[in-house]
Design a protein around this ligand. Structure first.
Ligand SMILES: [Zn+2]
Length: 303
């Protein structure tokens, strides 16, 4: 392929599509962290174009903000954590989902504990804080990259496939199936990212656990002090002492998790994510695969 064509293609996959957005003013919220049980104050601050999303621990004086990008992801089970130079922020995915779902591209997130508040396991309070602050367009284009060819990761029954979309949008299909004996029914949901529908259809969907898993999680020190009202816990007959917000709330929450984890790419993504029975580690494998593919394409284009 002549270099000029290759360069055109590379240019095509990295295209500005909309203005960057930040917040109209600083807003705050407060709550208990799921991992540490800490009482946390979190603030969302406006930031300049190109700043991106970054977390700063105010309880670690003198330390720099940790960028919320793929390279700072730490290995964790069932959650997403980022860290740099011994400064770690646990369970960042729901805050990131709130920001990415509302298309807030530049924001400094400060907190005075090792993790954001867990709230009710959703990102509703983050989205409400964003709506309170207002979304402000900035004089800079938001970089956007697209999925140009099918990519997949995982194995049979648990995998993510990424496909090109004919329109400039991010679609996510999540298929959840824990088997016929699970108290959580098999469910399937497709969602196309848009700030208005995100607030209505996804933001309030809560994380969930099986009652069988609660003891093991508490043994690891997770979720201590939480009750069935604080979190969606499924017993043999469905959610315990807590009505569902949607019949397929679990699949919707998994989409929320995908939006938070894929925000770590640091650009808009256009394409269709098909996720089947996956979690955070699969999302991180997928984003590493996408970044590897883009890097490979850029290298081929430069050759
Ligand atoms: Zn989650």
């Amino acid at each position: 392929m002549p270099a000029t064509d290759a360069q055109n293609l590379a240019h095509h996959s990295l295209r500005p599509s909309r203005s960057q957005f930040t917040l109209g003013r600083t807003v705050s919220c407060r709550g208990i962290g799921f991992v540490t049980g800490a009482d946390v104050r979190l603030e969302l601050h406006p930031a300049d174009p190109g700043f991106g999303l970054a977390f700063q621990r105010l309880d670690c004086p003198g330390t720099a903000p940790v960028p919320a990008t793929r390279e700072f992801v730490l290995p964790r089970s069932r959650r997403t954590a980022i860290g740099c130079d011994n400064v770690v922020i646990e369970l960042v995915e729901h805050v990131l989902a709130g920001l990415a779902g509302m298309q807030i591209d530049n924001c400094l997130i400060t907190l005075d504990a090792p993790e954001p508040p867990g709230f009710d396991g959703s990102c509703r309070p983050i989205v409400d804080a964003i709506l309170e602050a207002g979304r402000v367009p900035q004089n800079a284009a938001r970089p956007c990259r697209s999925i140009d060819r099918p990519l997949s990761t995982g194995k049979s029954g648990r995998n993510i496939t990424l496909r090109p979309l004919t329109r400039p949008a991010l679609a996510i299909t999540y298929h959840l199936d824990y088997g016929p004996r699970s108290p959580i029914a098999a469910q399937n949901r497709t969602y196309v990212l848009d700030p208005e529908t995100f607030s209505r259809d996804i933001a309030g969907c809560r994380t969930f656990v099986l009652d069988d898993e609660v003891a093991a999680l508490k043994q690891q020190g997770l979720g201590l002090g939480l009750t069935h009202q604080d979190l969606l816990v499924f017993g043999p007959n469905g959610p315990i002492d807590n009505p569902l917000h949607f019949p397929d709330e679990c699949a919707r929450h998994k989409i929320l998790d995908c939006i938070g984890d894929f925000a770590l790419l640091g650009t808009d993504l256009h394409g269709h994510i098909h996720a089947c029975c996956t979690g955070h580690s699969d999302n991180h494998e997928a984003t590493a695969m996408i970044l590897g593919d883009w890097q490979h394409n850029n290298l081929s284009a430069a050759a």
